[in-house]
Ligand binder design. Structure first.
Ligand SMILES: [Cu+2]
Length: 309
């Protein structure tokens, strides 16, 4: 609202000739840009695909787990590595705080990359080519693409998503032939993932040896993303390290008081199923995500944590 009312009849006044010209020019520019918005899909080939499917975080996480389990050829720093067939559907999941899996792709081959988030909005930023996409939970965003240069690309997160945001760095390695794998330290990857019961199977594992449980537990630790926050070598980054955790006493708070608690099977179970119940003192500002482990996975990951003395 203006303090002064406009003069009577201003609206009916004829538009001056030069003013009308500017309006016409602006209109023409708008139409021109609008047409090119559509044309760039055809001519420039630089607009991303707009194929998107509805999904949900649980469903996509299951898809990710099954995909990784089937195609994994090894581990890179706690992140599973896959080498998909050219032309195939590839799953890439963003979660607090990592991109999984790491991908080895062949130069000049097409891939259908399905990207989604398990928790919050993340940003998929491919460096150094500087492609950017927002990644939402519940949407499976399909990026049809063909890498045209060999080398290593990093996937950064460019949507602030909390304390571990800066550490959320994924990897896509583009090779010309398998001989290039050595350059990235990927030539000695071991083929078979460890014994691992996915959440889909309710296999009876009561007869498993401790060694089997520990091996499978390490895979759970890597696949389910515990590795994104917890290290196993004693370093504390985002969350307490698992080294020497089992059997020790943790100082925790339940919101009302602070007390010490024995780290045993039951404590690990509550830590995973109800992460907010006991907050470790010193980590009040960080939150642990709820990760939906099956009973088998919980048993396996507990055996793994127990083995890290
Ligand atoms: Cu982020």
């Amino acid at each position: 609202m203006s303090l002064l009312a406009p003069s009577e009849g201003w609206f009916q006044k004829k538009v001056a000739k030069d003013e009308r010209m500017w309006i016409l020019i602006a209109f023409a520019v708008c139409i021109f840009l609008f047409v090119w918005m559509i044309m760039w899909h055809v001519v420039g080939r630089q607009n991303p695909s707009n194929t998107t499917y509805k999904t949900n975080p649980t469903e996509f996480a299951q898809l990710h787990d099954a995909y990784v389990k089937k195609n994994m050829i090894g581990m890179d720093n706690g992140i599973p590595v896959v080498k998909p067939e050219p032309g195939s559907d590839v799953i890439l999941m963003g979660q607090m705080w990592r991109w999984s899996p790491a991908l080895i792709l062949k130069k000049d081959e097409w891939y259908n990359l399905h990207i989604s988030s398990k928790d919050l909005v993340h940003g998929f930023s491919l460096q150094p080519s500087n492609m950017n996409f927002q990644i939402y939970p519940s949407y499976d965003y399909v990026l049809k693409f063909k890498p045209t240069a060999a080398g290593e690309c990093k996937i950064l997160c460019n949507e602030y998503c909390g304390i571990g945001h800066h550490a959320m760095i994924g990897k896509i390695v583009v090779i010309e032939s398998d001989a290039d794998l050595a350059k990235y330290g990927y030539d000695k990857l071991s083929a078979a993932p460890a014994d691992y019961s996915s959440s889909a199977t309710e296999e009876d594992i009561s007869g498993w040896s401790n060694e089997q449980l520990v091996k499978a537990g390490e895979t759970v630790y890597n696949l389910k993303g515990c590795s994104g926050c917890h290290k196993t070598d004693g370093t504390v980054q985002i969350a307490p390290s698992f080294k020497g955790l089992y059997g020790s006493k943790s100082k925790v708070s339940d919101g009302k008081s602070t007390f010490e608690i024995q780290v045993d099977d039951a404590y690990i179970e509550t830590s995973v199923t109800e992460p907010q119940k006991h907050i470790v003192v010193g980590f009040e500002k960080t939150q642990m995500a709820k990760l939906d482990l099956s009973a088998n996975e919980l048993k396996q990951v507990t055996a793994f944590i127990k083995s890290l003395q």
